[in-house]
Design a protein around this ligand. Structure first.
Ligand SMILES: NC(=O)c1ccc[n+]([C@@H]2O[C@H](COP(=O)([O-])OP(=O)(O)OC[C@H]3O[C@@H](n4cnc5c(N)ncnc54)[C@H](O)[C@@H]3O)[C@@H](O)[C@H]2O)c1
Length: 319
């Protein structure tokens, strides 16, 4: 039995505990941020409002603290959304934690000091000095995983044997794992697919969306290589796999459908999705200033069209 600490009691962190528990690991979940999730996870029933189900009784909830991080765990899993990455990076550094990390969070970070875009693992390494980071990405709707629908994800670490060790501890009949050494490529794909899901969602017919899908893959290949990942990762679970699920459903493609109908981003958000986080929009704001300055715009026309629509709050014109 291994001891896991899951940081982040949102939909994904909570769903992830299910295959971990099924593998007879000792699983502790903690929530540093949301009062709602703290209340739900610490209750006797453990009813999770985002997953709309009770979590297993064996799951242990602990109040978040630096001392909790210092306890002996075999793996710390980060399941916070992107804004939580700096918080947890600081905490891990302050408490001198060197437990191996597995990051589920998707996104990219702009570091103003070095004026560059970094993946989450690069940021945790470079800014917070954290070593032995693995990432787990791919097409996974938390609600479906929690209900044990067959799900395939990819675990990546430069040391692929370590990724495989994690796989052994978490895979089940319904939670299948692939492995990769290309941590950068896997992270870049899993982040930018949110932007392309919005673009594909903007297509007002299946024919148009299919054409946008194919052009999105080409741009994803280019960007993955630009950030020094391997092009082949674009065709794997973190790339095409995750792009499919995100464009077939989900908040990014929903927002894209409003943009495609001619609404501006602000209008659509206010009118149709006032309480939803649209991860693709957050990523646009994080990376657009860098991408617009540094990357050949002719290679990524779809992404540039979306940047212009969101940043200038004007109609999306796909060229
Ligand atoms: N790797 C995968 O298989 C996979 C699958 C689905 C989602 N995800 C990713 O997991 C992450 C979480 O997704 P989710 O569906 O659980 O979202 P959620 O909204 O249900 O939960 C978000 C979590 O982040 C925390 N959080 C939010 N803002 C924070 C802040 N400023 N500081 C600290 N913590 C903060 C919340 O309290 C909560 O624990 C996202 O990045 C998402 O893209 C990964």
């Amino acid at each position: 039995m291994k001891k896991f600490l899951i940081i982040g009691g949102g939909a994904m962190g909570s769903a992830f505990t299910i295959p971990c528990l099924e593998n007879k690991n000792d699983v502790v979940i903690t929530e540093p941020y949301s009062k709602k999730f703290i209340k739900e996870l610490s209750s006797k029933r453990k009813y999770h409002s985002a997953l709309k189900m009770n979590l297993p009784k064996k799951l242990k909830f602990r109040k978040y603290s630096g001392d909790l991080l210092k306890e002996k765990f075999d793996l710390i899993v980060i399941a916070l959304s992107l804004p939580g990455i700096d918080f947890i990076g600081k905490e891990l550094k302050k408490n001198k934690i060197n437990t191996p990390l597995l990051v589920l969070t998707k996104g990219l970070k702009y570091i103003s000091r070095s004026k560059k875009i970094f993946t989450i693992s690069e940021k945790l390494q470079k800014v917070y000095g954290i070593k032995n980071i693995s990432v787990l990405k791919g097409p996974c709707l938390a609600k479906e995983l929690a209900r044990k629908h067959q799900t395939s994800v990819i675990i990546s670490n430069k040391n692929i044997n370590f990724a495989k060790k994690i796989g052994k501890r978490i895979s089940t009949k319904y939670y299948l794992n692939e492995f990769s050494k290309d941590i950068i490529g896997v992270e870049v794909c899993s982040a930018i697919k949110n932007i392309y899901a919005m673009i594909i969602g903007a297509g007002q017919s299946l024919n148009t969306s299919s054409s946008l899908f194919q052009r999105s893959i080409n741009e994803m290949k280019y960007l993955t290589k630009y950030f020094k990942g391997k092009e082949i990762s674009t065709l794997g679970l973190a790339g095409v796999g995750d792009l499919y699920v995100s464009s077939a459903g989900g908040r990014n493609s929903k927002m894209g459908s409003y943009l495609g109908k001619g609404y501006t981003f602000k209008n659509a958000k206010k009118r149709f999705m006032p309480n939803d986080t649209v991860e693709g929009e957050q990523l646009v704001r994080e990376i657009a200033p860098y991408v617009m300055r540094k990357i050949n715009k002719k290679k990524i026309p779809l992404m540039i069209s979306l940047f212009k629509a969101i940043l200038n709050n004007r109609k999306l014109i796909v060229t």
